[in-house]
Design a binder for this molecule. Structure first.
Ligand SMILES: Cc1cc2nc3c(=O)[nH]c(=O)nc-3n(C[C@H](O)[C@H](O)[C@H](O)COP(=O)(O)O)c2cc1C
Length: 233
């Protein structure tokens, strides 16, 4: 038997395989390129607003939020850290404007007396009144920074604002907390830093999933008229 009778079909198959493979690769490249171009044109991008609920502008809470922001940015999500340690009406109004444009929200607070700071409570009370409808259905996460204790109680309080506004709550590989009295101590809390990074990645993944859902025709649940009984019958 001629040796080419066996080799030739194999060679043809091999070449066809190579062509198909490079075709698939070039298609994947085209999709990626199109995605990057749309992002650059600003037609399709996502943004997360991060509220720092400490009166210390660049303290421990800020340090934790920076780590979340870094992970979000690496996943292609734009971020802005907003100083929410000042609950004056004009500052809350400025945040309310930003909430309109944001796709997701992260609220960070130092632990004061085993609770969130008074400033962030006042801030969120006002924000809920001013921008409640703009919070609806946007993914959200809370972050607590403490020297030692009161973190989970703080997170519980902050999460109440999200669950009231039907916001999907984003979690991490532990409850979202860092420990320290100074930014440097927080940076040395390796576990805390990892929790912040994973939180950022999870938030990016959820935002991208929601965006993909929108493109596939998934719509928001139909709103119901609110019933308020105040327990009076
Ligand atoms: C008024 C006040 C109360 C505090 N209460 C607590 C507390 O109950 N538990 C705790 O672990 N740390 C407590 N701390 C420490 C802060 O939570 C901690 O230093 C935090 O990381 C500071 O974050 P910041 O730099 O963003 O303000 C308190 C600090 C202050 C100023």
């Amino acid at each position: 038997m001629c040796v080419f009778e066996g080799i030739l079909p194999c060679f043809v198959q091999f070449m066809l395989g190579l062509t198909a493979h490079s075709l698939q690769e070039s298609q994947e490249f085209d999709i990626l390129e199109a995605f990057v171009k749309t992002q650059q044109k600003g037609e399709f991008y996502m943004k997360v607003l991060l509220l720092n609920g400490s009166p210390r502008k660049e303290g421990c809470t800020y340090t934790a939020l920076c780590e979340v922001a870094k992970a979000l940015e690496s996943a292609g999500v734009e971020t802005e850290i907003f100083q929410a340690g000042d609950p004056s009406r004009e500052n809350v109004r400025a945040a309310a404007e930003k909430v309109k444009e944001a796709d997701g929200l992260v609220v960070g607070s130092p632990v004061y007396w085993a609770s969130p700071s008074g400033q962030i409570i006042e801030f969120l009370d006002l924000l809920s009144g001013m921008a409640g409808k703009d919070l609806l259905h946007k993914p959200a996460a809370a972050v607590a920074s403490a020297r030692r204790a009161g973190t989970t109680a703080t997170l519980d309080v902050l999460l109440k604002y999200f669950s009231f506004h039907q916001m999907p709550i984003v979690s991490s590989c532990y409850w979202n907390m860092v420990h320290g009295n100074t930014p440097d101590e927080v940076r040395r809390d390796e576990e805390g830093m990892q929790i912040m990074r994973v939180l950022g990645k999870n938030m990016a993944w959820l935002l991208q999933s929601i965006e993909a859902g929108k493109k596939a025709g998934v719509t928001l649940p139909q709103a119901e008229e609110k019933i308020r009984t105040n327990f009076i019958r």
